[in-house]
Design a protein around this ligand. Sequence first.
Ligand SMILES: Nc1nc2c(c(=O)[nH]1)N[C@H]1C(S)=C(S)[C@@H](COP(=O)(O)O)O[C@H]1N2
Ligand SMILES: [Mo]
Length: 373
Amino acid sequence: MSLWHKRSDMIVHESDPYNAESSPAVLVEDFLTGADRFYSRNHGPIPDISATGWRLSVDGLVGSPVTFTLAELQSRFGHHTVTATLQCAGNRRADLTEIREIPGEDAWGPAAISTAAWTGVRLRDVLAVADIPPTATDVAFAAPDVSQIADPPQSYGSSIPMHKADAAEVLLAWEMNGQPLPRLHGGPVRMVVPGFIGARSVKWINRITVRDSPSDNYFQAVAYRLLPADADPSTAGPGGGLSLSTLPINSAVLTPADGATVPAGERAVTGYAFSGGGRAVTRVEVSIDGGNRWLQADLDDQPNPWAWTIWRAVLELPPGRIEIVARAWDESATTQPESPALLWNPKGYLNNAWPRARVTAILPGTGTGATDD
Ligand SMILES: Nc1nc2c(c(=O)[nH]1)N[C@H]1C(S)=C(S)[C@@H](COP(=O)(O)O)O[C@H]1N2
Ligand SMILES: [Mo]
C-alpha cells in the first residue's frame, strides 16, 4: 500500500495532486474495481470533510432553495445502488501523445476507467423538493477543491443538461462498493453521472445550482472541450470546441500487456469494453493481422449498460512480433475508429481508436521469437 491506500503498483502520473491508474493486468481481475486500484483524477488538493460537517445547498432557478446535511439526505430520499463505470476523458491519451505531444496533460494509459456499485439518492428526487421551473436547462455542481490549473484559479465545478439530471441513474452517492465513499473519491458525497465523462461526476459536492445555461466554471466552459486539431488550447476561450458529455464506444486490451514477451501458442487475451449513453456493448472482436480477420471475443455479463463488460478471447499466437488489436461495438451498431491519428486533438480527449498490444511470442526453450532463420 502506498499513497491514499492504493496498491503499490499503481501507475502514478502525479502525486500532488494525486493522479493515478492501476496497472492494466490488475484492472481486469475483477468486474467491480476495488478502492485500492480505482483510478483517481484530481485537479487540486484533496479536501478533508467530515460526514457531520458536510452540507449541500440547492439554489439558482429554484422555487425553494434548500440545504441538506448528510443525515437529512439519507432520511428524506429513497436509497438506490447503480453499478456504473467512470471513465476519464483523458483515458488512453498515451496513444495520442505518440502521434504528437500534448503539453500539460498526463499520458494516461488504458486504466483511467473503473467500475463500482454506487449507493446514494437520485439527483432528480433532490431537485424535486427545490421546485424546478420549466425554464431550467442545466444543473451545475460545485466543490470546494481550488485548482491552480484553472485560469483563473477556481474551485472545481461542472454541469449536466436537465434531461440527464432527471435520469434515474444519476446519483448523489456516499457509498462505493458497499463502503463509505473514500475521501480521495469524493467522500462524504459525490455526484455519479453514468455514461458521461468522469469530469461531470463532481467529488465533494457542496452546491447544486439550477440554471438556464451550462456552468461557466473553467472545467465546463474551457477544459473538457474537444478543440479542432489545429486549435491552440492556450488561446481557446470559454465555449470553444465541443462540450464533452456522453462517452463513445471504447475498449482496451489489458492482458497480455503491451510490450510483453509471451509463449507462442494458445494465449488468453482479456480487456474491457464500454460505451456511454446507456448503450450496451454488443460485440468485441480481436485480430492479429491488422484487422483483416476478426475473432469474436466472449463477453462477460454486463449487468446494466452503465457498466463496462470484461471480454475474453483465446488467440493462437505464432512465434514472432504480433500486434493484437481489438474493436468493440455498441447497440447503436457503432464501432471504434482504426487510427488515433484521426482523433488527435490538442487536449488529448476521448481517444477510442482500436487498442493495440504489441507482443513478442516465443517458442518454449528458444528464448526467441525469431522466424527469419
Ligand atoms: N471536485 C472535483 N471533482 C472531480 C474532479 C476534481 O478534480 N475535483 N475530477 C473529475 C475528473 S476529471 C474525473 S475523471 C473524476 C475522477 O474520479 P475518481 O478520482 O474518483 O476516479 O472525478 C471528477 N470529479
Ligand atoms: Mo477526467
